[in-house]
Design a protein around this ligand. Structure first.
Ligand SMILES: *Cc1c(COP(=O)(O)O)cnc(C)c1O
Length: 432
């Protein structure tokens, strides 16, 4: 965690200059609080590094990490492109008036409606994932008498997880076309016969929360081996190389990610090396960071409720949210760090685990966290909850979804309202 905390004279945690206890009071809890200045810093670290290295690039924010109209407006202001993976994400992008030519559609099971919506709105690129999709798209383009730019999603046989990467000949993945078994080439040849589909290049995404550059470099080498082969056989030259997302962030002190500009430098260096070896032009480089744009920019504020001390075993405190607003600990054993926002200047003397309020033993946010002495009513601030928190939230136990506040220039702005109980039963129909 970033323990260079901002603490005010009252000993309270602040975000972008605003007292978090004030925010908890004003908007209630659980509450996601985003520091918009940090979102912009992350976006610029990517965009400006590409610019400084003189390569054409698109930095596409993977909106599944956190999609809302306000968020996509910030992405638009920062000249990002946008990845969407569903009609709902595309609809949100259109509502945010995101430039359609910079929207890319992903998904391993895009259906006719999704593809039609993308074609109707003339979005910039579709990332082709499978043969079924090629058939659907061919049909739709004929019906609408339109054309579209696409990338081919390939699985280069490299899977990266934080520090490790796994090399496999044939990849066992639900996404994309395998290079090693010839499916990628088969798809390539098929796409080349389609008049209305323009293949711009290749896409790969090797994993998430990656701390090293080795996996990306190996993926680049595999992609260039493929491109060299296709240049030789088919005179194909890629205009675009999309290396996906997955750039890691710091959740706890155990995490040691690279600065964002170093990932970019490593990618660009290797690509320049490969184009020299293979005598090609430098393609436009696209990346798709989600977590690295928003992950470290938000804290979640909770109110502490009950407390349970089991002598010789463990202490528990429970908060007014949990797996409904942050499923990652339950789903991935993800680790987080937290402090008491209203006691941010007090020494840590009490070890406790933090439970959510769902009727599930697995609904635990953190184990054996060190805090100041905790009382009911304290505000717990969990760090780095900006990615895959709100976007993965659910209505389990019929908890309304939390509210989201943006902070910028010392000002707080509500950007997603807290759901009401009426919202919860909005689609329920009577049966009497
Ligand atoms: C999830 C995903 C991303 C974003 O991943 P992060 O780890 O959030 O950067 C990018 N591209 C694709 C294809 C994805 O599935």
């Amino acid at each position: 965690m970033n323990k260079q905390l901002e603490i005010n004279e009252k000993g309270h945690l602040t975000v972008g200059g605003v007292d978090t206890t004030y925010l908890a009071d004003k908007y209630s809890t659980p509450l996601f609080v985003y520091d918009v200045t940090k979102i912009r810093e992350n976006a610029r670290a990517f965009v400006e590094t590409f610019a400084s290295l003189g390569v054409k690039a698109q930095v596409a924010y993977a909106s599944k990490a956190f999609s809302s109209i306000a968020m996509l407006q910030v992405a638009k202001q920062e000249n990002l492109s946008l990845d969407v993976v569903s009609q709902g994400e595309l609809y949100t992008a259109l509502q945010a008036e995101f430039p359609v030519e910079k929207i890319h559609l992903h998904g391993n099971n895009k259906n006719r409606e999704e593809l039609e919506m993308a074609i109707q709105h003339n979005i910039g690129c579709i990332v082709i994932d499978n043969f079924h999709e090629i058939d659907l798209l061919t049909d739709i383009l004929a019906n609408y008498e339109k054309e579209v730019d696409v990338l081919l999603r390939v699985t280069p046989g490299i899977e990266a997880h934080t520090h490790d990467y796994i090399l496999t000949g044939n990849e066992d993945s639900k996404f994309g076309f395998d290079i090693a078994n010839g499916q990628a080439e088969k798809a390539f040849r098929l796409l080349n016969q389609k008049d209305r589909i323009h293949l711009k290049g290749l896409h790969c995404h090797i994993g998430s929360q990656i701390f090293e550059t080795d996996g990306f470099i190996m993926a680049i080498r595999r992609l260039f081996d493929t491109l060299a082969d296709w240049k030789r056989k088919y005179q194909f030259e890629a205009n675009v190389l999309n290396l996906g997302g997955g750039f890691g962030i710091r959740y706890t002190n155990e995490d040691d990610p690279l600065p964002l500009n170093e990932y970019v430098r490593a990618l660009v260096t290797e690509i320049k090396k490969q184009v020299t070896i293979h005598q090609m032009d430098v393609p436009e480089i696209w990346i798709e960071p989600g977590r690295a744009i928003v992950g470290n920019t938000a804290v979640t504020l909770y109110s502490v409720g009950s407390k349970k001390e089991i002598p010789e075993v463990r202490n528990y405190i429970a908060v007014d949210g949990g797996m409904t607003d942050n499923i990652r600990p339950a789903l991935y054993q993800a680790k987080y760090d937290a402090i008491l926002a209203n006691k941010a200047d007090q020494p840590n003397t009490y070890t406790t685990s933090v439970a959510g309020k769902c009727c599930e033993s697995g609904d635990m946010l953190m184990w054996d966290l060190l805090l100041p002495s905790v009382e009911s009513g304290d505000i717990l601030a969990v760090f780095s909850t900006g990615a895959y928190g709100y976007s993965m939230s659910s209505h389990y136990n019929r908890f309304p979804k939390a509210a989201v506040v943006f902070i910028e220039n010392d000002k707080d702005t509500l950007v997603i309202r807290r759901e009401t109980y009426q919202d919860l039963v909005r689609n329920d129909l009577s049966y009497e």
